[in-house]
Unconditional design. Structure first.
Lengths: 96, 613
C-alpha cells in the first residue's frame, strides 16, 4: 500500500491544519497547493474535509515541478547582479 | 511484566491534589485520590496553520519580541529579486491586518521589537543595493531614525525598540562579526561574534541574546550557537542541522529555530529547541518548508510567516509546546427524557442533578416548537412551568432555579424567529429584556444575570451580545460571521467554538475577541458546550463528511482543544453542567436519550494541558 495520499487544497488559514492533525498523521505542504498526507483514515478525511482534489503521485509531482521550473526560469532570466546569495536558484523538489 | 516501582524505584505517588506542574515534572505519574484518577505528564509539540499574510513575500522581517498572538512583519520582496514591498502586517493570533507602510521598501534586513514598537534596520533595496536605513514603528506609522553606521543586510537581531541588538550579516565582506546595540536613539558597537555569518537568526533580549545558524560562505551552512551577555559572545553547543535563512524565536534559555536552507541548498522544515545549553530536534516540523521568513513568539508558543518555498508564500504556521496530563472521562447513559425532544433550552450552568429542559420540538422537520419545561433531579424528569413562547434553537443558560432563554425559532406561520427573553425561577417563566432583533442559533452561556453569545442565524451574524439580568447590550462584533457556534463562560471570559461557515475558536476577554485553539475536526455545527473559558467541554453537533450527527467530545483548557471519549451515540444535543460533570440532553436518534459525563471516571486516556512550562 502506498505510504502517502497526494492532492491539492487551498490553505484557508486558521484551522486549515491543526496541531492535532499534525500529531495524528503525516502532512506536508508543497508549491502549487500540493499537500502530501499519510495514507490512512485521518489523512484521507483531512484532504476530503478541505475540499482537496486527490492526485496521483505523478500528477502531484508534475504540479510541483511545473511551479519550481517556472521559478527557475524566472531566476535564470534575471540579470547577473540579481543572482545573489539572497536569491538562490530554486532547487528541484521531489515528493516523498 | 515490570511494575512501575521496579522501573522507577518508587511507588506511584498518592496525592489528594495535582502537584505543581512544569516541564521538570514531565514523565511523572501520580494518583489523584480526590478525582480517583491516575495522572501523568507528557509533552506535546506541533505546528498548526493560521491566517495567511495578505502579501506573500520572502526576505521578510519581523518583531521577534512579539508574543505569538500579537505579531508583526514588514518589508521583503514580493517577486524573486525584483520588487520590494513596504507592507506591514499585524497578527492577532487569527489573521493578519494591514499596518502602516514602511518609508523604504526593502528585504533581507532585520527586525526586532513588538507590534507597537518595532524596528526595521538595513536590508537590500532592489535597484539601490544595501541600505543603512533604520525605521521605527509605533503601532501605526513608520518613522526614520538614526541610520546604521554602514550599509548591511542579512543580519540577526534581538531585543526591543529601546534595547535592541543587531549582529552579523554582510557586507562589508566577506562576512560581518560586528554587533551593534541600539538604545532607541543611537547605535553603539559591541562584542564581535566568534563565527562571522550572514542570513543568521537571533532572539532574546539585548543582554541575553542568541545568534544561531547562518551562512559562513557559500555553500557552507552553520549550526553554530552563540550567546550574548550584554558585552561579549560565547560559543554554545551547535544544533543538528546547519542552515541559513532560518527563523528563531524565544529567549536565550528557551529558543526555537525552524526552517531555512541547508548546504544542498534544500529548503528544510525541521525544528529544533534550545534549553540554554543543548539543542534537541523537535518532533514537530513546519508543514511547509521555507527560508527567508519571519518568526516571533516564545519557546513554547511561536509563529512563522511568509518566506520562500522556493516561490513566495503567504502561509503562517504556529508552533506550540505544552506539558500535558493524560485525563480520563466517559459518557454513561442517564435517565431518558419522557418523550423525544430536540433543540430545547437548557440550564447550561446547572448540574447533573438539578437541570431544566424547556421548549424544543419534535426531532425532524416540520418543527413544531413547544412550550413545556421538564426538570431533572438526578434520577427522574418531572413537569415544570411552561414557556410563554415556544421555541427551538434558542440560546439558554442559568440554573434550574435561575434559568434564562433567549431568541429561537417559533416555527413557520408564527413569525419565524423571536426576540423574546424569558427567565425561569424553578416554577415559572417570566419575560426578560428582549434581544434587539429576532434571532436563532444564538447559542451562548452564562447565568440569569450574566450571559453572552456570539453569532446567530441571519444577518448580521457577527453579532455578539451580553445580558445583565434585565437587558441585552452589544459587545464587539465577531471577527467573522457565523451561526450555530457553541460557547462556554460568561460576559467577562467566554470561549466560542464551531459553527458555520467559520469554525475557528474565539476567546472573549471582556473587551475584545482573540484567537483560541480550534476544534481538531471540521466542520462542526450546533455542538453543546459547558464550563468556563479555561475549562470547557464541547461535544456532539453536526458535521463531518458526509454530514451527520457527531459523538465527538473535546476539552478546552484555555489554549487548546483536546479530544475526549466519544458519547455513546451521535447527538446534536444540549448541555447542562460544566466540563467535569454535565448532561447531554436529547438530540440523538431517538431524541430521548440523556448521557452523563464524568471526567473522573476511568476511560480512554486523553491529554489535557495543566501547565505550560
Amino acid at each position: 500500500m502506498a505510504l502517502f495520499i497526494y492532492g491539492t487544497a487551498t490553505n484557508t488559514g486558521k484551522g486549515f491544519f491543526t496541531a492535532e492533525d499534525r500529531r495524528a498523521f503525516f502532512l506536508r505542504g508543497y508549491p502549487a497547493d500540493v499537500w502530501v498526507v499519510g495514507n490512512n483514515e485521518k489523512g484521507a478525511m483531512w484532504l476530503a474535509e478541505k475540499n482537496g482534489v486527490e492526485k496521483t503521485k505523478a500528477e502531484a509531482q508534475a504540479l510541483v515541478t511545473a511551479d519550481v521550473q517556472a521559478a527557475q526560469a524566472a531566476w535564470d532570466a534575471l540579470p547577473a547582479e540579481q543572482k545573489t546569495d539572497m536569491n538562490l536558484r530554486p532547487t528541484d523538489i521531489t515528493l516523498p | 511484566m515490570a511494575e512501575y516501582e521496579s522501573i522507577h524505584g518508587t511507588r506511584v505517588r498518592y496525592l489528594t491534589s495535582d502537584p505543581t506542574l512544569d516541564s521538570s515534572t514531565e514523565g511523572q505519574v501520580w494518583y489523584n485520590s480526590t478525582s480517583g484518577a491516575n495522572k501523568a505528564l507528557v509533552q506535546i509539540k506541533a505546528t498548526s496553520a493560521s491566517g495567511s499574510l495578505a502579501t506573500a513575500r520572502s526576505g521578510i522581517s519581523g518583531g521577534g519580541a512579539s508574543p505569538q498572538t500579537v505579531g508583526i512583519v514588514f518589508g521583503g520582496q514580493i517577486s524573486p529579486a525584483t520588487t520590494n514591498t513596504t507592507a506591514t502586517e499585524e497578527y492577532n493570533g487569527f489573521s493578519w491586518a494591514n499596518g502602516g507602510n514602511m518609508n523604504l521598501g526593502r528585504g533581507y534586513g532585520c527586525g526586532f521589537g513588538t507590534q507597537t514598537a518595532a524596528v526595521g534596520a538595513g536590508g537590500y533595496d532592489h535597484g539601490n543595493g544595501d541600505q543603512s536605513e533604520v525605521e521605527e514603528y509605533n503601532g501605526s506609522t513608520w518613522s526614520e531614525v538614526t541610520d546604521l553606521p554602514g550599509n548591511q543586510r542579512s543580519q540577526g537581531a534581538a531585543g526591543t525598540q529601546t534595547a535592541g541588538l543587531v549582529f552579523g550579516g554582510d557586507p562589508p565582506g566577506p562576512i560581518r562579526t560586528q554587533s551593534l546595540e541600539y538604545d532607541g536613539t543611537n547605535w553603539t558597537s559591541s562584542g564581535t561574534l566568534n563565527t562571522g555569518r550572514k542570513y543568521l537568526a537571533g532572539c532574546g533580549i539585548q543582554t541575553l541574546a542568541l545568534a544561531v545558524g547562518g551562512s559562513v560562505g557559500t555553500p557552507v551552512r552553520s549550526a553554530a550557537t552563540e550567546e550574548y551577555n550584554g558585552s561579549s559572545w560565547t560559543s554554545g553547543n551547535s544544533f543538528t542541522e546547519g542552515r541559513s535563512a532560518l527563523a528563531c524565536f524565544g529567549l536565550q534559555t528557551h529558543a526555537v529555530i525552524a526552517g531555512g536552507d541547508d548546504q544542498d541548498p534544500s529548503i528544510v522544515s525541521s525544528i529544533e529547541e534550545y534549553d540554554g545549553t543543548n539543542w534537541t530536534t523537535s518532533p514537530a516540523t513546519l508543514a511547509t518548508a521555507r527560508r527567508y521568513f519571519a518568526g516571533f513568539g516564545s519557546g513554547t508558543a511561536g509563529a512563522v510567516a511568509g518566506g520562500g518555498t522556493p516561490g513566495i508564500t503567504a502561509a503562517t504556521e504556529e508552533y506550540n509546546s505544552s506539558i500535558l496530563s493524560p485525563r480520563t472521562g466517559v459518557w454513561a447513559a442517564s435517565t431518558n427524557l419522557p418523550g423525544t425532544r430536540d433543540n430545547g433550552s437548557v440550564s447550561q450552568s446547572g448540574t447533573t442533578s438539578a437541570a431544566y429542559y424547556a421548549g424544543g420540538s419534535n426531532p425532524g422537520a416540520p418543527y413544531t416548537p413547544d412550550t413545556p419545561t421538564i426538570e431533572y433531579n438526578g434520577s427522574s424528569w418531572t413537569a415544570g412551568g411552561a414557556l410563554s413562547t415556544g421555541r427551538i434553537s434558542a440560546g439558554s443558560g442559568g440554573t434550574l432555579t435561575a434559568g434564562l432563554t433567549w431568541g429561537g425559532f417559533q416555527g413557520p406561520g408564527v413569525g419565524d424567529n423571536t426576540n423574546t427573553t424569558e427567565e425561569y425561577n424553578g416554577t415559572s417563566w417570566t419575560g426578560g429584556g428582549n434581544l434587539p432583533t429576532p434571532q436563532r442559533e444564538c447559542y451562548g452561556d452564562g447565568t440569569q444575570t450574566d450571559s453572552i453569545f456570539g453569532g446567530s442565524f441571519g444577518a448580521p451574524n457577527v453579532t455578539a451580545l451580553k445580558y445583565d439580568g434585565s437587558s441585552w447590550t452589544a459587545i464587539s462584533n465577531l471577527p467573522a460571521g457565523r451561526f450555530g457556534a457553541a460557547g462556554a463562560g460568561n460576559s467577562s471570559a467566554f470561549v466560542l467554538a464551531g459553527g458555520a461557515p467559520n469554525k475557528t475558536t474565539l476567546e472573549w476577554n471582556g473587551s475584545s475577541w482573540g484567537a483560541g485553539g480550534d476544534v481538531p475536526t471540521s466542520p462542526l455545527f450546533a455542538m453543546a458546550a459547558g464550563g468556563t473559558q479555561t475549562s470547557a467541554l464541547f461535544y456532539g453537533g453536526e458535521g463531518g463528511s458526509p454530514s451527520g450527527l457527531l459523538a465527538g467530545t473535546f476539552f478546552y483548557n484555555g489554549t487548546a482543544m483536546e479530544s475526549r471519549s466519544n458519547m455513546t451515540q451521535s447527538q446534536s444535543t444540549d448541555n447542562s453542567g460544566d466540563a467535569g460533570s454535565c448532561l447531554a440532553i436529547g438530540g440523538g436518534s431517538p431524541a430521548i436519550s440523556v448521557e452523563e459525563w464524568d471526567e473522573s471516571a476511568a476511560g480512554t486516556a486523553t491529554a489535557s494541558t495543566l501547565t505550560t512550562s
